[in-house]
Design a binder for this molecule. Structure first.
Ligand code: ADP
Length: 304
């Protein structure tokens, strides 16, 4: 039996249905999306737990019901009486989606506020998955506490997997973002950046430069996603390898492309695939996810 913890924020998702006066309600968020696809890709010999914080209100209950129904463990989700979950609303105009967020005071911002609870969540886990969004939403002292907890976890042999998921709007400046992203990457066994964001915010000239930079910061292995282009990776020996990805049959909505790639990659690697085969598995899952609408595509993942 293996255990994975995904750490971050899941939000309520309200989206227009096309019928006036009717919205549909769901739940999503980068680390949750990855947890969802891990759950659907791995068998019952793996436990997937989500680590976050929610309120004690009815909407928070709905989120926990959703996670439980999906088979994602909620034991390590803190419940805070004076908070509730973050929300976002998707407006559809001529087929294009745009997003409005209410997350500045969400419960999840306190997910690392209790070091003893964090230590309990990580205790006995094999792999911890988190992202630059997880880090962005925390107060400074909790960023430090989470990095400390994860580095102790790594010191005990746990694997820490980090997707930088650069979102400058969640940070007070791009300088601050770059500083913390590097601190987080430094303790990771595997860093999973997406090249276009990295080129924009770190000035990398190509995916190999992204891989080299994160390795220089301390990440042991780096896999650089690049939309429809080849995936570039450094498996830990400094040699840059390139894996071409299969083309997507159709592209309807690229939401959660990176999140699902990460899950497909990790599920394959945890079942013994080599890096190149695991990259292909990640790309296949991402291609199915972007061929349908929404972050969570129920039939995209199949258990091997
Ligand atoms: P993010 O969603 O984090 O921006 P990317 O856009 O780099 O991530 O995409 C992540 C993965 O999703 C890619 O490595 C690839 O496997 C798949 N993907 C994304 N866009 C396409 C596309 N247009 N065609 C085929 N695969 C794609």
């Amino acid at each position: 039996m293996g255990r994975i913890v995904a750490i971050g924020e899941c939000m309520g998702e309200l989206s227009e249905t096309g019928t006036a006066g009717t919205l549909s309600m769901g739940f999503a968020g980068d680390t949750l999306n990855t947890a969802y696809y891990l759950r659907r890709s791995l068998g019952s010999d793996w436990q997937i737990d989500y680590v976050s914080a929610v309120g004690t209100d009815g909407l928070s209950d709905r989120m926990l019901d959703f996670l439980n129904a999906e088979g994602i463990g909620t034991t390590h989700i803190r419940r805070l009486a004076d908070k509730t979950i973050g929300l976002y609303y998707i407006t559809l105009k001529d087929g294009e989606r745009s997003f409005t967020y209410w997350r500045n005071d969400s419960a999840a911002r306190n997910l690392a506020g209790d070091p003893a609870a964090l230590a309990r969540a990580l205790d006995g886990a094999d792999l911890a998955y988190w992202s630059g969004i997880t880090l962005a939403i925390l107060p400074n002292q909790d960023r430090l506490a989470l990095i400390e907890a994860l580095s102790q976890f790594a010191g005990r042999g746990g694997k820490v997997v980090f997707d930088p998921n650069l979102r400058p709007r969640l940070w007070d400046s791009s300088e601050t973002m770059r500083h913390w992203i590097h601190r987080a990457a430094a303790i990771s066994d595997l860093c999973l950046p997406s090249f276009d964001d990295e080129a924009t915010w770190f000035g990398d000239i190509d995916p190999a430069a992204t891989a080299k930079r994160y390795r220089a910061e301390g990440a042991k292995r780096v896999i650089v996603k690049n939309g429809p282009a080849d995936v570039t990776y450094d498996a830990g020996d400094g040699a840059i390898e390139i894996v071409p990805i299969p083309p997507a049959e159709s592209i309807l909505d690229t939401t959660a492309a990176g999140d699902s790639f990460n899950a497909g990659y990790l599920a394959a690697e945890l079942q013994g695939a080599c890096s190149a085969d695991a990259i292909t598995a990640g790309a296949r899952l991402a291609a199915r996810v972007i061929g349908a609408r929404g972050a969570l595509v129920a039939n995209a993942a199949t258990r091997s």
